[in-house]
Design a protein around this ligand. Structure first.
Ligand SMILES: NC(=O)c1ccc[n+]([C@@H]2O[C@H](COP(=O)([O-])OP(=O)(O)OC[C@H]3O[C@@H](n4cnc5c(N)ncnc54)[C@H](OP(=O)(O)O)[C@@H]3O)[C@@H](O)[C@H]2O)c1
Ligand SMILES: *[C@@H]1O[C@H](CO)[C@@H](O)[C@H](O)[C@H]1NC(C)=O
Ligand SMILES: *[C@@H]1O[C@H](CO)[C@@H](O)[C@H](O)[C@H]1NC(C)=O
Ligand SMILES: CC(=O)N[C@H]1CO[C@H](CO)[C@@H](O)[C@@H]1O
Length: 353
């Protein structure tokens, strides 16, 4: 009886926290962004008020040109998806200097006719050092055909485990850790921020250890951390740490990539499609929503912003329509306890020193 009460109390507190959190994060800007779409206000490292649309478009396909590992995305896919996304009412696009779709994103946003000021573009730079980051930023502006970026992130805290950047960046030469590269790259982002060439700066794939390193610089705190997060793989402690420090949590692969394969060093490992999971399907039927809408809503009720990738305009509209229903605390809990032993789709950034 006693322990049951504690469990119920825990459920109550966590649900209150989650729902009040989602509420707290919701703002409607009305002016510069699509009036209907919920946005969050970024808190750290911003000039004035910066509102980030909750739903973005992912533009990196995990697949290779030879057809393995999922869907291949190049400039043609980037162009078509961006154009369809903006037409469907989406306003945020998740891009990177490391994706092979950036030029397509540019032709797509220009073809849409939507003014640049109403579009929120994220791009990313690897941990490569100060001068190298500034040079890459110029390439990003040229590639995306814009003169500013809404949100610029450090893409990874170092080489992804299992890959080696060639040539090795000067900031990493003869060093056992990526600390110098991270710090230099962050300083370059701060420089661009101070010049107002970017409206907000943040990081991606950073663990608590990497974030504390930035805190120790006694300078700007990242406004966003973009991390893999879905019911198969969710680092709740990292989410909590970010939210306690006003770092907006941006999930990636919110559908566990859905094309259900994860690269394990040498081979693609199939993972059961989350969209077909019996618990997800049962909850979807209960709310008369699709599995994907359930998976995305589960994120939003935790105050998380996301960028699912899709080429399908009907899927885009579906993805944008998760703001008119609410999952019960029990259903949130069921989704949080779905798990899979081989659930990490991307390399583990916590292994990067
Ligand atoms: N920072 C980083 O290091 C990092 C790493 C990985 C990814 N990312 C970002 O996060 C984005 C998303 O991750 P992801 O691309 O790996 O995968 P994802 O968004 O989890 O899954 C994409 C898959 O979901 C399907 N899908 C999307 N909406 C759907 C809907 N409404 N109904 C049914 N299926 C739907 C898509 O198929 P259809 O085309 O058929 O809809 C596609 O196969 C990336 O594109 C990238 O921008 C960042
Ligand atoms: C992109 O859109 C064009 C025009 O509708 C179409 O012909 C082409 O097949 C599309 N490409 C992809 C990869 O979807
Ligand atoms: C988070 O932001 C709020 C204002 O929105 C501020 O009151 C609070 O002190 C901030 N917390 C931290 C840890 O920076
Ligand atoms: C075409 C369409 O239905 N677009 C919708 C996408 O989602 C936003 C936010 O919910 C709606 O405002 C749009 O009408």
């Amino acid at each position: 009886m006693f322990s049951l009460r504690i469990i119920l109390l825990g459920l109550f507190i966590s649900t209150f926290y989650l729902s009040s959190d989602a509420k707290k994060h919701t703002r409607t800007s009305g002016k510069t962004l699509h009036s209907q779409e919920p946005v969050v206000q970024l808190k750290n490292a911003v000039h004035g008020k910066v509102f980030m649309p909750v739903m973005g478009l992912g533009t990196k396909g995990a697949g290779l040109l030879d057809g393995t590992g999922g869907e291949y995305w190049g400039n043609e896919q980037g162009h078509n998806a961006t154009l369809a996304w903006l037409k469907a009412g989406g306003r945020r696009i998740d891009s990177s200097s490391d994706y092979i779709t950036q030029d397509g994103v540019a032709t797509g946003w220009i073809a849409s006719g939507v003014p640049r000021s109403k579009i929120f573009i994220t791009s990313k730079i690897m941990s490569i050092g100060y001068d190298e980051a500034l040079k890459t930023f110029d390439d990003i502006l040229a590639s995306l055909k814009t003169d500013y970026i809404d949100l610029l992130l450090i893409h990874w805290p170092g080489d992804k485990p299992g890959t080696v950047t060639k040539p090795v960046p000067a900031c990493k030469k003869d060093k056992s850790t990526w600390t110098d590269c991270r710090v230099q790259t962050w300083k370059a982002l701060e420089h661009l921020f101070k010049q107002k060439k970017v409206h907000a700066i943040g990081v991606s794939n950073f663990g608590v250890n990497h974030l504390l390193e930035i805190f120790n610089l006694n300078s700007l705190i990242p406004s966003v951390n973009q991390v893999e997060f879905h019911p198969y793989w969710h680092e709740d402690e990292l989410l909590d740490f970010c939210q306690k420090n006003n770092i907006t949590f941006n999930s990636y692969a919110p559908l566990a990539s859905a094309d259900h394969a994860t690269f394990l060093g040498t081979s693609w490992n199939p993972i059961p499609d989350l969209r077909q999971h019996p618990d997800v399907i049962r909850i979807a039927e209960k709310y008369h929503k699709s599995s994907v809408q359930i998976l995305l809503r589960w994120q939003w009720q935790q105050g998380i912003v996301m960028n699912p990738r899709t080429l399908n305009p009907a899927h885009m509209i579906e993805n944008l329509s998760i703001f008119d229903f609410k999952l019960s605390k029990q259903d949130m809990m069921i989704l949080s306890y779905i798990n899979h032993p081989m659930s990490k789709m991307f390399p583990d950034p916590r292994l990067i020193l």
